[in-house]
Ligand binder design. Sequence first.
Ligand SMILES: CCCCCCCCC/C=C/C(=O)SCCNC(=O)CCNC(=O)[C@H](O)C(C)(C)COP(=O)(O)OP(=O)(O)OC[C@H]1O[C@@H](n2cnc3c(N)ncnc32)[C@H](O)[C@@H]1OP(=O)(O)O
Ligand SMILES: NC(=O)C1=CN([C@@H]2O[C@H](COP(=O)(O)OP(=O)(O)OC[C@H]3O[C@@H](n4cnc5c(N)ncnc54)[C@H](OP(=O)(O)O)[C@@H]3O)[C@@H](O)[C@H]2O)C=CC1
Length: 291
Amino acid sequence: MATAPYAQPMLRDGALDGKTIIVTGGGTGLGRAMTTYFLQLGANVVISSRKLDVLEATAAELRTQTGGKVLAVQCDVRKYDEVEKLVARTIEEFGRIDVLVNNAAGNFISPTERLSNKAFDVIVDIVLKGSYNCTLAVGKHWIKEQQPGTILNIVTTYASVGSAFVVPSATAKAGVLALTRSLAVEWAKYGIRSVAIAPGPFPTEGAWSRLFPEPLASKLDPAASVPLKRVGSHQELANLAAFLVSDFASYINGEVVTIDGGEWLNGAGEFNKLELLTSDMWDMIEKTMRR
Ligand SMILES: CCCCCCCCC/C=C/C(=O)SCCNC(=O)CCNC(=O)[C@H](O)C(C)(C)COP(=O)(O)OP(=O)(O)OC[C@H]1O[C@@H](n2cnc3c(N)ncnc32)[C@H](O)[C@@H]1OP(=O)(O)O
Ligand SMILES: NC(=O)C1=CN([C@@H]2O[C@H](COP(=O)(O)OP(=O)(O)OC[C@H]3O[C@@H](n4cnc5c(N)ncnc54)[C@H](OP(=O)(O)O)[C@@H]3O)[C@@H](O)[C@H]2O)C=CC1
């Protein structure tokens, strides 16, 4: 079957030549998809997370698939000393860092009153502390070396509006969004851009197993609430990420780009539910109103 136009690679060959990119959580899901495309576009990529075996397996597969240079480094983003080692190892291997993608995350659905304080901590620590730890370590390096750089934060659409049943994640992602917009201004003088992507539903094993488990999966269709009536393809997200970290996006700073088929707006407009009305019903309504 032919690949849908939206699921095809977008940028020209070599668009990321010479860049070194760190992708946290790069061994799985959307991190892996971004890494694959960055490698195809000529970048060197360092993927990091807690599970070295998963990272090594991904790195080996992507080397074969793309011919690119990818290094796997174990790093728990909650631990600043490990993040500093990740930065040092990247410099040692590739001599520089050009882009940091804060993609690592933790999440699960739960009524908030059922959460222990530790359960709240674990999500906020991975998402918010993890993102500011990496941002601080890489940012200090760039500023010391007087080198420009780009930070891409992967947030969610509910980072702006909040969401029930994923409250620790919503709280933490809102913080990451504030981090993005604050540093876009403060660190612009150093040539450091900060941008974010807010994805809607993109099927991954990590997200679906924790946010969409049975019996929810058989009752709810995640595409149903999306006006475009489909979930996202990983290549679509990788296309956007590659553009935002490339030199083509040099004037984009502090922006959060939503890629969700219009999903977040669907819940917002008060009359959006009228989508349910049939043409006959509209005829009747119009007649009544005009009377
Ligand atoms: C609709 C359409 C979709 C559409 C979807 C579209 C929107 C999606 C938006 C966002 C998506 C994402 O972020 S998706 C990202 C998903 N990926 C991930 O989560 C990957 C990483 N996750 C993980 O490793 C784990 O899930 C996580 C629990 C976060 C961390 O694991 P750890 O081993 O470090 O932690 P643990 O020791 O197991 O747990 C720490 C504490 O949390 C508690 N805890 C753990 N799981 C719990 C649970 N399910 N409910 C309550 N509490 C829980 C434990 O009991 C501990 O508390 P005590 O018992 O008190 O000690
Ligand atoms: N899929 C979707 O529909 C959506 C996803 N997102 C966001 O996209 C990003 C990727 O999610 P997705 O690919 O779906 O899920 P994954 O579960 O595949 O990705 C999460 C990654 O984070 C890593 N990670 C978790 N905790 C830590 C830690 N303490 N230190 C370092 N790495 C860690 C995990 O690796 P390991 O376990 O080895 O540490 C894993 O590779 C996340 O930021 C998520 O919030 C946002 C909206 C929608």
